[in-house]
Design a protein around this ligand. Structure first.
Ligand code: 0RA
Length: 651
């Protein structure tokens, strides 16, 4: 029986519409996958995996395996239904070829299923095909297996039936086109991070990641398996691994109303920060939206009611605000919505208004029962909320002091800032430099027309442990606020960072290339993540990369940023023979470079390497940071032991 007949009225070849050609994708890749840098490169993998995830959400797929091959080509294998292979009536081609070569031919028009693809990512596997120099698809379906190959999106042969098969599923292998992408090297951590996240978001789904570029001691390829039985409950535990829990187990909510599925896990810890992550159909909604609003509404309403009913707020003088319920709360909100509407600047905000009430009701019901059944836990939470309200009061006073002082001194810039001459933020940069001595070198080495230097002394305040008001009393932190020209304002009880007067559009963290230096940049990144997140979101934060080595022979020399480059340089200078005149200098700190070297390698826009800090870098920095600096000792030891063998960390 052919596909068309079997799938009548459902998905199938006839539903797949032809819309646009793939030349458009190759001409303007950025329009489809965001960028052609390392982020865009990874986007290709997300795109294929998302299609497999859709099969899982539709109830047909239990396993998704991702493999990075030696040449940085990728295979994603799933056991879903397989891409349809029947004849597409209108185009007179195999549906498989249509899905792979026609833009927006996902062919999944069933509105009752949740879709990842077609959502925020959603450009279709055909885009991956267009941007790959080689693709092979293998489909197992209806007792047979099929194959087709492509180059830059164009089939290099017909769909072939290769034989019989007893399984179903799709195997996509692609090698990104090096003429399109700035880099074609995949990053294991980036892939593992998203796949881990997907495993938490899709409990019961088996995922794996194999890296054939790396062999383990036992001779096998490096491989991680991801599987979560507990879903979001395990996700919050993972995120709060290094924090001290306030309540014994996360509060866990699942519910469904009008085809909207709700899953929420929340855990209070003894810290002061709020950590909230939200998802719609497995896609991270950075800017929140109606689902987050529903969650907040339920939390505020139920806790307030519980506190009032039990007379727990009676002796508190200060008005309890919504913010007070957030302190030390880590939560993940995941909803599955059949037809999500995304809004906001980066389309990272859920717009469907019906979702607010649904989430609020689901969370409210569970929370109310939880508080009634666990009075001891409820008490701990309410005590913490009262403490938060008191501290918030103190914080506002401290913050107002700092900001008032700035106004009084005419917004005077910090004495330690060596400002640039330009007053145009668009072309201005500020380097946050660890230590006064490196700060001095940077000041000599910089181009003062557009580069400012702010030295930061010692370890800036540990923002993980500090209560908020302490932050505003810290000299280095006050300097950062005033130098950058940003301020915290309060609107309807919500704190908002005003960055409209940002004085530099590039804020560069410059630290030593050793362990201490990386701790300090982690610390500074955490600070930005906690208190100046919009600066990261809008792409203003960068990390400078000073070189690790200089390899020299006579008056010739090169700088090297990693061991491979160092080896290659030694090889070139010595022509592969023993040569004692080839000298290697290891730079441990910025202080070992003179002003000219620092300019050339690290500050000169025409030769330096700057790494833009993304929210996911900052999120991971935050996790690592809380582990290194937090109270819990054992995860820190484990982290250091695990990483010591990669020689990243001195112990
Ligand atoms: C079009 C229609 C259907 C599934 C898929 C495409 C599909 C695409 C990919 C990409 C990777 N894995 C995939 N799995 C499925 C619906 C299938 C049906 O109606 O049987």
């Amino acid at each position: 029986m052919s596909d068309e007949k079997q799938n009548k009225g459902n998905y199938g070849a006839e539903n797949i519409q032809a819309l646009e050609g793939l030349e458009a994708v190759r001409k303007r890749p950025g329009m489809y996958i965001g960028s052609t840098d390392v982020k865009g490169l990874h986007h290709l993998v997300w795109e294929v995996i998302d299609n497999s995830i859709d099969e899982h959400l539709a109830g047909y797929c239990t396993h998704i395996d991702t493999i990075v091959h030696k040449d940085n080509s990728i295979t994603v294998k799933d056991n879903g239904r397989g891409i349809p292979t029947g004849m597409h009536e209108k185009l007179q081609k195999s549906a498989l070829e249509v899905v792979m070569t026609v833009l927006h031919a996902g062919g999944k028009f069933d509105k009752d299923t949740y879709k990842v693809s077609g959502g925020l990512h959603g450009v279709g596997v055909s885009c991956v095909n267009a941007l790959s120099e080689y693709v092979r698809v293998e489909v197992h379906r209806e007792g047979k297996y099929f194959e087709q190959e492509y180059s830059k999106g164009i089939p290099t042969g017909p769909v072939k039936t290769l034989g019989d098969s007893t399984r179903t599923g799709t195997i996509v292998t692609f090698r990104p086109d090096p003429t399109i992408f700035e880099t074609t090297e995949y990053n294991f951590q980036t892939l593992a991070g998203r796949i881990r996240e997907l495993s938490f978001l899709n409990k019961g789904l088996f995922l794996s990641l194999t890296d054939e570029r790396e062999t383990e001691e036992d001779g096998n390829f490096k491989r991680h398996d991801f599987y979560s039985e507990g879903g979001l409950r395990e996700f919050v535990k993972y995120l709060d691994e290094t924090r001290q829990p306030l309540i014994e187990e996360p509060i866990y909510v699942t519910g469904k109303e009008d085809n909207v599925e709700v899953e929420v896990a929340m855990q209070y810890n003894t810290g002061y920060q709020e950590n909230i992550f939200s998802y719609v159909n497995n896609i991270n909604t950075r800017e929140g939206g109606t689902h987050v609003a529903g969650f907040r509404r339920a939390v505020n309403r139920v806790f307030k009611q519980y506190g009032d009913d039990n007379g727990l707020f009676a002796k508190v003088k200060i008005e309890i605000s919504g913010d007070d319920f957030k302190e030390g709360l880590t939560s993940i909100i995941s909803v599955k919505v059949p037809e999500p509407q995304f809004k906001g600047q980066t389309k990272g905000e859920l717009g469907n208004s019906e979702v607010t009430g649904i989430v609020s009701r689901c969370v409210g019901d569970v929370l109310k029962t939880y508080l009634e059944e666990n009075p001891a836990m409820a008490r701990r939470i309410i005590d913490k909320v009262i403490l938060a309200a008191t501290a918030r009061h103190a914080a506002r006073k401290a913050r107002e002091m700092v900001q008032r002082k700035n106004v009084l001194t005419g917004g005077g810039l910090p004495g330690k800032l060596s400002d640039c001459s330009s007053k145009d933020p668009g072309e201005s940069e500020i380097f946050l430099v660890e230590g006064d001595s490196a700060g001095g070198t940077a000041k000599q080495g910089r181009d003062r027309n557009f580069q400012a230097i702010l030295p930061l002394r010692g370890k800036i305040l540990n923002v993980e442990k500090a209560m908020e008001y302490k932050i505003y009393e810290n000299e280095e932190i006050k300097n950062m606020f005033t130098a950058l020209g940003v301020s915290i304002e309060e609107k309807d009880g919500e704190k908002i960072l005003n960055i409209s007067k940002l004085r530099y559009h590039k804020v560069v963290i410059m630290c030593d290339a050793d362990v201490d230096g990386s701790h300090i940049s982690t610390l500074i990144m955490t600070f930005f993540f906690r208190y100046m997140k919009p600066l990261i979101e809008e792409g203003h934060i960068y990390i400078a990369a000073p070189p690790l080595y200089q390899v020299r022979k006579g008056k010739n020399f090169v700088y090297c940023w990693n061991d491979d480059e160092r080896k290659a340089a030694i090889e070139t200078y010595s022509n592969g023979k023993e040569d004692t005149s080839v000298k290697v200098q290891r730079y441990k700190g910025l202080g070992e470079m003179n002003a000219e070297q620092l300019w050339e390698t690290t500050m000169d826009p025409s030769s330096r390497i700057l790494r833009q800090v993304t929210i996911s870098d900052a999120m991971e920095a935050d996790r690592i940071f809380s582990m290194l600096m937090g109270d819990e000792v054992s995860p820190r030891r484990q982290f250091i032991e695990e990483n010591a063998k990669y020689a990243n960390i001195d112990i």
